[in-house]
Design a protein around this ligand. Structure first.
Ligand code: FEO
Ligand code: CA
Ligand code: CA
Ligand code: CA
Length: 598
């Protein structure tokens, strides 16, 4: 496929201005509606949502809280399966008078367990437009809720390892539930990969594990003691108490594969992809058809990873393809700048060669049963991947919070959202992370050798150094900064069929709400970033997804109203229904049914 975006990437809409309104603001000429919100029925027998009388039984059949990754699996032109991650719960907005896990009712804790995970829902096109709606009648055979209590299994080299065994699962092969599923990816065979991210916050007594395990608990910042903010899942399920079940923490932090077309399938935690605070798991094929998965570890000073399958993807050979994620090599990225270190002076000024750029290398960590890290077994590398990346020879590069990472299907460039890192000091800047106290983040572009995702080396550059365009320490790929939208804290990325880069934000440090942006990555318009929408007060923008037919943009509006001190009695947002805020997936389309971006 060639570059089809034309000079301006087909983008002609007038950008929306930064906003602090409690509304989803979209460009003139566009319409929007809510597809699915917290509490909407997923299973056909789900009761109607009742904010003041919630039950765990109802929640387990209803759309979960805080939607993040969104993907669409077509069932035809006008019908599709929508997969949505439910990353985490905000009990102080879900329950009146909530004062923490220690005093929560057991029912509230069980509601929270059921509001995590993900949903599969059937959706249908509304008329001949880009609008999509939940199917609310009939059998809905694919509709499914996956929660923190759904039985799962481990596969791959670490399955059955001693590090994964617990009293409830002496084989170390049958974990229960998934937590903090942030971003994800979709496989060429139509399954969903969902990434367990901040799993540290669900446990108690991380300081009461065996002495030898303590450094690993610390490296994954797992909760010690029983802090006031903890959800206290241990009060209803003992496994969350690490004093009693120290290995339970090792059973979270994985990439989970889910088959949305088989509602009876068991979700699979794929150990070959390592254990991190996983953000994303976007797939592509190498030139010779090996499956490649790109992954970020979203914390300050963490690393970027990729997995390359040992065997080749064979179109249509489903049984074979479903083994690809169990055997392969896990790599971590090393970035080397090409400008003298003295020119990376921390002001954000471009070095004399005119770019933050350089070369890089994927350093192997583990391949099947073979560890490349001295002193660590293959199973240890996979369960304690952060430690392996710290120790690997050659020196992996500590990045400014690597979030989503995805390969442009048109150009082959791989884009990484580096959301921010306010802890980086002037002494710690490098060409790939050039700003100290990086409040606004940047976007990294990586082009692998021969534009082949299977290669071990690459060139890289920073097309965006985010912030207020009037700030000299920002960069928009050399484009006229008087014509671009301000952007802060890039989080998720996606592409439309023209190869334009769409970027959503979380944590806008410029004082207005988060939003969704788009820019061409090639030609004269490279760097011409425009804001496409803004989300309500307190929300971050997740998803995002442009449909294959380019008639619809889906966004997950996560945690509307999540402002310090907000509560059901004093909500900071009333989106989407003028009542209590409810995290929701929305769809935006052109009112005259034109291509998105027109
Ligand atoms: Fe859940 Fe890194 O965002
Ligand atoms: Ca340079
Ligand atoms: Ca994210
Ligand atoms: Ca993405």
């Amino acid at each position: 496929k060639g570059w089809t975006g034309g000079g301006n990437g087909g983008l002609n809409f007038t950008p929306v201005a930064p906003s602090t309104e409690d509304a989803l603001r979209i460009p003139d000429g566009y319409s929007s509606s809510v597809v699915a919100r917290w509490g909407d029925p997923v299973l056909p027998d789900a009761p109607a949502f009742d904010f003041d009388n919630q039950t765990a039984e109802a929640q387990a059949k209803q759309f979960g809280y805080n939607c993040d990754y969104v993907t669409l699996l077509p069932l035809g032109r006008d019908r599709a399966l929508l997969w949505v991650n439910h990353e985490y719960t905000d009990e102080s907005l879900m329950f009146r008078g909530y004062t923490g896990g220690a005093t929560a009712t057991e029912e509230q804790i069980k509601i929270a367990l059921a509001a995590h995970g993900g949903s599969v829902v059937e959706i249908e096109r509304a008329g001949n437009t880009g609008q999509w709606k939940l199917v609310t009648k009939g059998r809905r055979r694919y509709n499914r809720r996956i929660t923190a209590q759904t039985p799962m299994r481990f596969t791959g080299p670490a399955a059955g390892s001693d590090l994964l065994k617990t009293a409830a699962d002496p084989e170390g092969r049958n974990p229960v539930g998934m937590l903090n599923n942030c971003s994800g990816g979709t496989t060429p065979w139509g399954t969903v990969l969902t990434a367990e991210e901040n799993i540290d916050q669900y446990f108690v007594n991380g300081d009461k594990v065996p002495e030898a395990q303590k450094p690993y608990i610390a490296r994954y910042t797992i909760t010690t003691g029983t802090p006031a903010g903890n959800r206290r899942f241990d009060r209803v399920e003992e496994r969350f108490d690490l004093a009693k079940h120290p290995n339970e923490a090792n059973r979270f932090g994985w990439i989970v594969e889910i088959d949305p077309f088989d509602p009876d399938s068991t979700p699979i935690k794929r150990t070959a992809l390592g254990r991190l605070k996983h953000e994303a798991a976007n797939t592509t094929l190498s030139r010779d058809n090996h499956l490649v998965v790109y992954m970020g570890d979203d914390s300050r000073f963490e690393y970027i990873y990729k997995f390359v399958s040992k065997n080749r993807y064979i179109p249509g050979f489903d049984r074979h393809n479903r083994t690809l994620l169990d055997e392969g090599t896990l790599y971590v990225a090393k970035f080397t700048g090409d400008s003298p270190a003295a020119e990376i002076d921390g002001t954000g000024k471009l070095p004399s060669d005119g770019a933050f750029d350089g070369s890089g290398e994927w350093l192997p960590l583990v391949s099947g049963d073979k560890s490349y890290v001295e002193g660590m077994t293959a199973a240890e590398v996979l369960v304690y991947t952060r430690v392996a990346a710290d120790r690997v020879k050659g020196g992996a590069t500590k990045m400014d919070r690597p979030e989503d990472m995805e390969r442009n299907p048109v150009t082959g460039g791989v884009y990484v959202a580096l959301t921010n890192n306010t802890n980086r000091t002037a002494a710690q800047v490098d060409e790939a992370n050039p700003r100290p106290s990086n409040k606004h983040g940047h976007v990294l572009e990586l082009v692998e050798k021969g534009n082949d995702a299977g290669q071990r080396t690459f060139a890289w550059s920073l097309p965006l150094v985010c912030g207020d365009p009037a700030d000299p320490a920002t960069y928009f790929a050399g484009y006229d900064k008087s014509k671009v939208s301000p952007i802060s804290c890039p989080d998720n990325v996606t592409f439309d069929r023209d190869g334009n880069l769409w970027i959503s934000t979380d944590g806008n440090a410029l004082g207005s709400n988060d939003g969704l942006f788009v820019m061409p990555v090639r030609g004269k318009e490279r760097g011409h970033l425009r804001q496409f929408l803004t989300v309500p007060v307190g929300a971050e923008t997740c998803g995002p997804l442009v449909s294959e037919d380019q008639r619809s943009v889906f966004v997950a509006v996560q945690h509307p109203g999540e402002i310090d001190g907000a509560s059901p009695d004093q909500p900071a947002s009333r989106w989407p229904d003028g009542d209590q805020p409810r995290p929701a997936v929305a769809v935006v389309w052109h009112a005259k049914n034109k291509k998105i971006g027109s």
